[in-house]
Design a protein around this ligand. Structure first.
Ligand code: SER
Length: 319
């Protein structure tokens, strides 16, 4: 198949493009920026700003892909510093990509949603939060511009599937962890424990030690996208699915990293903005629909991720 990727230079793009190429697919990678130096691949790379509707349409008409993986987004912490930018990229950008798909006759679009579509329920009593685990079907009350635009993107996906026959599907990703440098997400404390743990032997986390959100190792995240992309439409009971792997407390992640990085020192200095965002997210996701409909299963536990990731972080920092 021919796949067209937006935001290919980001954290998911790096691993997704490599997986698609190694399976023999044609890939057109697009991003606002040039190909990052750490991308080894040689597929065509197009500079594309998803907020530019005409450019998005022209690129899709030219490429005529079988499937679009729409990854371009501003993450939650960066989005709170510049909500207008998050709206432009995440909301208008998604609209532009969907319209481009409609006009270019693209049959399938994969949307990357997030745990950030959830937020505290208005009628929950004091001290009550989202169910643990949080099911697929739940009132969406996001507190960040990132979450607002992802929730709207989910609805747009349903609309385009119903109205325009662009078969849109997606997953609500947990915080994703991979051998990369953190990029403006609130879940980045987990990634920093690995990167700064290897780099400096210590890290001061911007969250409390009891912070608990869903997390996932990137190879599982990429598998989920590819599995859902190739599932039979008739087997799907929803267009956007919760997926889950593990939900450790921050201090449990620290203990796992310390197994591979002896002497690691983790301290905690919660940042009110990012702690507030983390506290608004579910502690864990119920992914039973994905398990039932398209046989989703994660491979990596927290410790299995640590064992696999730490050597890769060492390689990343050595380059
Ligand atoms: N990892 C994202 C963030 O922290 C959530 O999807 O913004």
């Amino acid at each position: 198949m021919k796949a067209f990727i937006t935001g290919a230079g980001g954290q998911i793009g790096h691993d997704l493009v490599a997986a698609l190429l190694s399976s023999g697919h044609d890939v057109v990678s697009t991003d606002l920026l040039d190909r990052p130096a750490h991308h080894q691949s040689q597929e065509p790379w197009l500079r594309l700003d998803v907020t530019d509707a005409a450019a998005v349409e022209a690129a899709l008409l030219e490429a005529r892909p079988d499937i679009v993986f729409h990854l371009a987004a501003i993450l939650s912490a960066t989005g709170e510093k510049d909500p207008a930018l998050a709206y432009a990229v995440n909301q208008t950008g998604t609209w532009n990509v969907l319209e481009g798909c409609r006009k270019a006759g693209v049959g399938r679009l994969m949307f990357t949603s997030s745990i950030a579509v959830f937020g505290p329920l208005p009628d929950a009593g004091p001290g009550q939060s989202l169910p643990d685990p949080t099911p697929d079907v739940m009132a969406l009350r996001p507190t960040t511009m990132y979450g607002v635009t992802k929730a709207a993107g989910e609805l747009l996906c349903d609309y385009y599937t119903r109205r325009w026959n662009v078969d849109c599907r997606g997953v609500r990703f947990p915080g994703l962890i991979s051998a990369t440098l953190p990029g403006g997400g609130s879940s980045d404390y987990a990634l920093f424990m690995y990167v700064d743990g290897v780099r400096h032997g210590r890290y001061e986390a911007f969250c409390r030690p009891d912070t608990r959100i869903p997390l996932m190792y990137m190879p599982d995240g990429v598998s989920a996208l590819l599995q859902l992309a190739s599932a039979q439409r008739g087997a799907l009971t929803r267009s956007i699915y919760n997926i889950a792997a593990f939900s450790p407390r921050a201090d449990e992640i620290a203990a796992s990293v310390r197994r591979a990085v002896p002497g690691l020192q983790i301290t905690y200095a919660p940042d009110p903005l990012r702690q507030g965002i983390l506290d608004s997210w579910p502690p864990a996701l119920d992914d039973s629909a994905a398990r039932r409909d398209w046989q989703w299963r994660p491979t990596y536990s927290l410790d299995a991720m640590t064992d696999h990731l730490v050597p890769r972080v060492r390689e990343l920092l050595a380059t």
